[in-house]
Design a protein around this ligand. Structure first.
Ligand SMILES: [Zn+2]
Length: 353
C-alpha cells in the first residue's frame, strides 16, 4: 500500500519539479534580457556621448543583421549596439573656440599673438604671498592661480639656499607698458635687435599673467640683473617642481627667437613643467612635438610616481578615455593639449623603524 502510493506520487512530484525548473528558466532569461549587460559611467556635464549612427540601429535589421541582439544571446557586452562610446572607450567633449586661448600651456611669441581678456583674474603679488620677498613695483600682479606655487618656490629657495636677495621686478603687463618697453629697446639698439629682447605689444608672455622676471636686490636697495648663476642657479634646476620653466635659454634662441633671458620664468603647471624639463624642450618644441600624439597614442611619461598621457586635439572637439582624470589647455593656436592621469604607481613604503 505504501509503495503503491509512492508509485503514484513520484511522477506527480517529478512533473511539479519540471514545472518549477521551467518557470525559473523563463524568469531568469527575462531578467537577462532586461538587465544591463554593460556598465555605464556618467560622462562629465558637458560631455557628448557618442550615439550609434541611425543607419546601424538595431531597428533596421536588414542594415546589419549581425547586430541584432535577440539573435545573439551570447554576445559579449561590446557587441551591444547601444553603448558605442564604451566600445571605443572614449567620450567626446565639445569646447568653445575661445578656450583655445585659455589655459596654462598657451604659446605666446613673435608668431602667436595674445588678446588680453577683460576678466583675467590678476592679483597683487605682495598681497597674496606669504613669503616675504621683494616685488618691485609692489603693485605688480600675476594670475591668482599661480601665486600659491610661486609662494612655495620662493619659500623653498629661501629655506634651502638661505638667500634673500631674489625679487620680482616685472610681472603682468598691459599693451601700453609692453609698448613703452619695446620702444625703449628700439631707441637703444634699433628695431631688429630690440625684437630679440622685447616682444611687440600683443606678443609678450607678460600679458598672460603667467610670466615674471627676477631681479637681484642689491645692498643699496636697487635691483640688478638676475644671472641665474651661483645661488640663483637653483631656480633653473628646481623651478619645474613648482610648475615653472626657464623660458628663454641660450641653447634655444634660434627656436624662441628671443635672447637668453635667465631671469624670465613662465608658469605652465605640473606635470608639463616636469615633462619639458625631462625632454629639455623649450615651450615651442613642446607645443610642436605634442602634435605627434593622439588620444589613441598619447605621449606617456612618469613624474612623482604618477603616469600621465599627453596628446593634442586639433579644433574644438576632444576625446577623453572614460573613467580617467584629465585636464585641458588651449595652445593659443589651433587646438588643445589634453593630459590624462593613467595610474598612480606603487608608493614607496618606508620601513618601520
Ligand atoms: Zn620677461
Amino acid at each position: 500500500m505504501r509503495s503503491r502510493l509512492w508509485f503514484w506520487k513520484y511522477p506527480l512530484s517529478f512533473l511539479l519539479l519540471l514545472l518549477i525548473v521551467a518557470a525559473f528558466t523563463f524568469v531568469y532569461s527575462l531578467t537577462e534580457m532586461a538587465g544591463a549587460p554593460y556598465q555605464r559611467t556618467d560622462p562629465p556635464e558637458n560631455a557628448v556621448v557618442e550615439t550609434p549612427d541611425p543607419g546601424d540601429s538595431p531597428d533596421d535589421p536588414e542594415d546589419d543583421p549581425e547586430d541584432i541582439p535577440e539573435d545573439n544571446p551570447e554576445d559579449e557586452p561590446e557587441d551591444d549596439p547601444e553603448p558605442v562610446f564604451i566600445e571605443q572607450g572614449f567620450i567626446s567633449i565639445e569646447l568653445d573656440e575661445r578656450e583655445i586661448h585659455q589655459g596654462y600651456l598657451l604659446l605666446v611669441n613673435h608668431d602667436h599673438t595674445y588678446t588680453i581678456p577683460n576678466d583675467l583674474d590678476l592679483v597683487r603679488i605682495t598681497e597674496a604671498t606669504t613669503t616675504n620677498f621683494r616685488v618691485q613695483p609692489d603693485t605688480s600682479r600675476l594670475l591668482r592661480s599661480i601665486i600659491e606655487p610661486l609662494d612655495e618656490m620662493m619659500g623653498d629657495f629661501r629655506r634651502v639656499i638661505g638667500d634673500r636677495t631674489v625679487a620680482i621686478r616685472s610681472a603682468y603687463r598691459n599693451y601700453d607698458s609692453q609698448r613703452s618697453i619695446f620702444n625703449s629697446w628700439v631707441s637703444q639698439v634699433g628695431r631688429q635687435e630690440a625684437l630679440m629682447w622685447a616682444a611687440l605689444p600683443g606678443h609678450s608672455e607678460h600679458h598672460t599673467g603667467l610670466a615674471f622676471d627676477f631681479g637681484i636686490l642689491s645692498s643699496n636697495g636697487t635691483l640688478t640683473t638676475f644671472t641665474g648663476t651661483g645661488n640663483t642657479s637653483w631656480f633653473r634646476r628646481n623651478s619645474y617642481k613648482y610648475g615653472f620653466i626657464l623660458r628663454y635659454q641660450q641653447s634655444k634662441t634660434r627656436i624662441t627667437q628671443t635672447a637668453n633671458e635667465p631671469w624670465h620664468f613662465r608658469y605652465v603647471g605640473l606635470p608639463h613643467s616636469a615633462l619639458i624639463h625631462q625632454k629639455n624642450w623649450c615651450l615651442e618644441e613642446f607645443i610642436e612635438n605634442i602634435r605627434d600624439y593622439t588620444y589613441e597614442e598619447p605621449l606617456e611619461f612618469e613624474y612623482d610616481g604618477v603616469i600621465y598621457g599627453v596628446y593634442f586635439a586639433e579644433g574644438t572637439s576632444i576625446r577623453i578615455p572614460i573613467n580617467t582624470e584629465f585636464n585641458v589647455s588651449g595652445n593659443n593656436i589651433d587646438g588643445f593639449i589634453v593630459t590624462v592621469t593613467w595610474q598612480e604607481t606603487e608608493p614607496d613604503i618606508a620601513p618601520e623603524v
